[in-house]
Ligand binder design. Structure first.
Ligand code: M6R
Length: 610
């Protein structure tokens, strides 16, 4: 995934504004970045490999002249991270510059044709074909928006693009499958991959839909739809949505890293999410209820949320759901599951291509699709028949934290409503469970307040350890797997999240004296058997760390180290609370090892490649 921005600033030069916007998009990729501006009929470009601040120190982006420009921060797909492959890319005459997020799947073929026709391409990227195609189209029409529309039917794949031309005071942007949002401000117009890019300038946004193109000038936005013949048909501009995020919400708010800020934001994010309107929840639940099979698709952390949902749905609603890792989706469900199946897709970004492809695969076969996402206007929302939004606000750290909590809370609510519909829960039980769920924001607040400094100290003990097990049973398997994923992705430590009962079938062979094994051990129905697994590990000399109730004296006595947690009003939602110490442990482990938890190597916030 990459971050793109285009801006026309009516009060002076645009370069510094673009640079700061790119900083707010850096979570989308940080292999290289670049800015192009247009002034006096000339394109001015600065770009290089590396992070924005480092490039800025070397090249000083802010000296680029002009009030119109585009910028890009890259997560490499086609072509290694290098200056040549950094965006913006230009045509042969350096008159046109393009930034792109997405993948042009047929670029090899387009590239070959362009080169045979005398074009000079200078990078290994898929993107570079775009300015060259527009260069040719401008021989047929003098309008930039028409030239862009003419070439779009040739592009196969996904894209959000923004184009500038040296002599024009306009930006042309278009989208197909990749996000692009327009911002309308008092001192300029903007378009970007995500709202935080232009949040300091405006909160008025319009989400560009697939097959739409926008012409931005200092006067405003002209919206059109493009078709497969390359024609444009004018659309009236939709009313802007005023986003409620503050700039502060999209920035670090005094914390050293976004990840820590986002861990601390969990009580509020949960509270907001638990306010989902009852009619919306009921409508969504009815769809689940009316289908014989519920198939979940999700990736990474979102997959762990669906795994926890399996236990919640089974215990609270007496419904068995099928959890499928999104990238395995199309291959796992090869035969049509039929119209009595509903796909429940869970994705923070709503842009994870594995999830989108799996959903499309089953939608084609006639399945109903419902989605839980944190991102309004994201691709998944356009595929779904019904959507529930988590209310986590922007999550900038690559590691998902508050969005996991809000996905769990949404799935937990659904399990309770479904339980009432299936008859598994009586009205009174439903009420008690919902009341219990509503206590979680305060419980988490107290866990963060009381345990953070202890976990920070505990993390020091494990600085030299290179392997960990995270074990749990039942619903805590999901928590354990999430704990392992967190420490792997940001602290670069090898960790395995495993069902504790399964560990004796192989993984235990790795255990030797001092090997850290973290048990996620709420006092639920699995607790008795878990003790046996603790004893097995202990007998091999493992160092036992228990995350358990402060009342669980037996386990506390067996453990070398304990992170005590409060009694929970309902154990069927335990991951919401039990994951918090694991997030903090991963965060402090990353810090102690000298890594930036917000931007782990090789990762991006939304993974838009298959
Ligand atoms: O946006 P999504 O929820 O679809 O993202 C899915 C995964 O890519 C994501 O959860 C990833 O595993 C995170 N980096 C985990 O912290």
């Amino acid at each position: 995934m990459c971050g793109i921005i285009g801006a026309i600033h009516t009060k002076g030069n645009v370069a510094s504004l673009l640079r700061q916007s790119l900083k707010r998009l850096e979570y989308r990729g940080y292999d290289s970045s670049g800015i192009a501006t247009a002034a006096n009929g000339i394109l001015h470009i600065k770009k290089d490999k590396g992070k924005i601040d480092d490039i800025h120190q070397r090249l000083n982006f802010d000296t680029l002249p002009g009030n119109i420009g585009i910028g890009h921060t890259r997560w490499a797909t086609h072509g290694s991270p290098s200056k040549a492959n950094a965006h913006p890319h230009t045509d042969c005459l350096n008159r046109l510059a393009v930034v792109h997020n997405g993948i042009i799947e047929n670029y090899q073929e387009l590239r070959k044709n362009l080169m045979e026709n005398g074009h000079q391409l200078r990078s290994e990227t898929d993107t570079e074909v775009i300015p060259h195609l527009i260069e040719d189209a401008l021989h047929q029409t003098s309008r930039l928006d028409q030239a862009v529309a003419q070439i779009l039917p040739q592009l196969e794949g996904s894209y959000a693009i923004v184009v500038i031309e040296a002599h024009r005071n306009e930006l042309v942007a278009a989208r197909q499958e990749s996000p692009l949002i327009i911002g309308l401000g008092n001192q300029g117009v903007y378009c970007a991959s995500d709202v935080p890019a232009f949040l300091p300038m405006t909160r008025k946004t319009i989400v560009l839909e697939d097959d739409e193109l926008v012409l931005l000038t200092a006067q405003g936005a002209l919206l059109s739809r493009f078709n497969q013949s390359g024609d444009l048909s004018h659309l009236s501009l939709r009313l802007p949505t005023v986003v409620q995020w503050t700039i502060d919400m999209a920035q670090k708010g005094g914390y050293p890293h976004f990840m820590l800020k986002e861990i601390h934001e969990q009580p509020k994010a949960l509270q907001d999410t638990l306010r989902i309107r009852k009619p919306d929840l009921m409508g969504f639940t009815e769809i689940l209820h009316n289908h014989r099979h519920i198939i979940t698709f999700a990736a990474g952390t979102a997959f762990h949320a669906t795994l926890a949902a399996k236990y919640m749905f089974s215990h609270n609603a007496n419904r068995l759901i099928h959890n499928i890792i999104a990238s395995e989706g199309p291959d796992t469900v090869a035969a049509s599951p039929g119209e009595d199946s509903v796909v429940l897709a869970v994705s923070q970004s709503g842009e994870t291509i594995d999830t989108i492809h799996a959903v499309k695969h089953l939608k084609k076969q006639g399945c109903t699709v419902v989605a839980i996402t944190n991102t309004v206007g994201s691709s998944i929302t356009r595929l779904a028949d019904q959507v529930l939004y988590t209310q986590a606000g922007p999550e900038i750290g690559v590691a998902a934290t508050k969005t996991f909590a809000t996905q769990l809370a949404t799935l937990a609510s659904l399990s309770v409503y479904l339980g009432t519909m299936t008859g598994a829960l009586k009205k009174k039980e439903q009420k008690e469970l919902l009341e219990a769920l509503n206590q979680f924001p305060n419980i988490i607040q107290s866990v963060i307040r009381n345990q953070e400094s202890m976990i920070k100290v505990a993390a020091q003990e494990y600085v030299t350890k290179s392997d960990f097990f995270f074990l749990g049973r039942g619903i805590s398997t999901a928590t354990a797997m999430e704990g392992a994923l967190k420490i792997k992705e940001i602290a670069y430590v090898h960790a395995e999240g495993y069902p504790a009962g399964e560990s004796k079938h192989g993984a235990i062979a790795l255990v030797e004296p001092g090997f850290p094994v973290i048990f996620v051990a709420p006092n639920d129905s699995t607790r008795r058997h878990l003790e046996g697994n603790v004893m097995e590990m202990k007998a091999r000399g493992a160092r036992i760390v228990a995350i358990c109730s402060a009342q669980d004296k037996a386990l506390i006595n067996l453990s070398d180290q304990v992170i005590p947690l409060p009694q929970l009003p309902s154990l069927s939602f335990s991951p919401i609370c039990y994951v918090v110490p694991l997030q903090l442990l991963a965060y402090y482990a990353a810090i102690l090892r000298g890594h930036n938890p917000d931007q782990p190597r090789n990762l991006a916030k939304a993974v838009t490649v298959l």
